[in-house]
Ligand binder design. Sequence first.
Ligand SMILES: [Zn+2]
Length: 114
Amino acid sequence: MAPRRKKRSHVEEGMQLIQQCPLCEAVYEPLEIKVIDERDDKHLVFVTCKKCSHSVVALIQHQANGLSSMGLITDTEPEDLGRLKNSETVSWDDCIAWHNFLKEDQLSKETFLK
Ligand SMILES: [Zn+2]
């Protein structure tokens, strides 16, 4: 029971790093912040601003010298993050193959870039 309580307080501590919307500066309610994933000392959290409706996904990490957070403004939903987490990553080979495909097929390039 004690470790669970300790872990919970880490999450709450981390959430204090993302207290307000970076766009309109409205203060987030703690209950609006959803924990999407947690692994070791890392927590992926998601919050949607009630005032401007923009969403932020943030990675909160607990390190020996304290907490750090990195946030991104996003147009995804929390459910999308769970789905994307399990999808394959795009490799350099995929990018090169896509580049070659577009380079060789002018019709496709024009279609996709419209
Ligand atoms: Zn806002």
